[in-house]
Design a binder for this molecule. Structure first.
Ligand code: ATP
Length: 235
């Protein structure tokens, strides 16, 4: 069963068309990674799903058409987006960031879940009443992910969570993502340049080059694909 069906002829910014004939699906509770070089269009794919970019075509989440809806309505339909590098509000405290993430849900649930996140990740708990800007890069990324999950989304969109993080921090963050994915029904669509870690936690994968999908298949097959290995795995 697929949760998300993307079938867009084109998408872009005003007169600039960035994506061409992009079609793929994300399974219910599945994990798909989109790989690609800088500027290939990965961010634009996520922005198009979230309604931040104009698109011609259809994107459905559980049968509900998202193209034409406002970003607010798309979020309410069950899509949470962690944008590249700025998924937290730096001036707000760690706890406030978590509470904001759950704003559409019953207050008691939101408070309890925020506490649960801070217990599970003590670094967040210790800094609950401090501005999020004081967290390290990896901690901020974790907070951004926790904030997005506070909305209890059907689909989590993650834009290069590894950006700017040291290799060890990236490995830890992806292990946490893997764990969180296994514990919840939330499907993930992850865009990454770090193919090594991303393919490790995904079931399915695709490669985007110049706004088009050029390779797709199970993540394990892409790891064995010579072109992918040369271009994205540095071997
Ligand atoms: P990166 O890893 O650098 O974020 P990406 O694969 O996510 O790369 P996009 O950010 O989706 O790529 O950009 C794809 C193309 O769209 C690029 O050529 C970029 O210059 C162009 N683009 C991105 N944002 C805009 C915008 N607001 N207006 C016009 N063109 C844009």
């Amino acid at each position: 069963m697929s949760l998300l069906h993307v079938d867009i002829a084109s998408a872009g910014y005003g007169p600039v068309t960035v994506l061409h004939d992009i079609a793929f699906e994300v399974k219910t509770s599945g994990r798909l990674v989109a790989l690609g070089a800088n500027g290939a269009g990965k961010t634009t794919v996520l922005r198009t799903i979230s309604g931040l970019t104009q698109a011609q075509g259809s994107i459905t989440l559980d049968g509900v058409e998202l193209v034409g809806l406002t970003p607010h309505r798309i979020a309410a339909a069950g899509v949470s987006h962690v944008p590249q590098g700025r998924g937290t509000f730096g001036d707000l405290t760690v706890k406030e960031n978590l509470l904001i993430g759950g704003n559409r849900r019953p207050w008691r649930t939101v408070l309890a879940e925020a506490d649960a996140w801070m217990e599970r990740f003590p670094r967040l708990g210790e800094r609950s009443s401090r501005p999020a800007s004081g967290l390290s890069g990896g901690e901020q990324q974790l907070l951004a992910i926790a904030r997005a999950l506070m909305a209890a989304p059907r689909l989590l969109l993650l834009d290069e969570p590894s950006l700017g993080l040291a290799p060890k921090i990236t490995t830890d963050l992806f292990a946490t993502l893997d764990e969180l994915g296994r514990e919840s029904d939330t499907a993930m669509l992850l865009v990454e340049q770090n193919a090594q870690v991303a393919l490790g936690i995904a079931e399915d994968a695709l490669v985007i080059e110049s706004g088009r999908i050029t390779v797709r298949g199970p993540a394990a097959d892409l790891r064995d694909n010579d072109d992918v290995r040369r271009a994205y795995l540095g071997v």
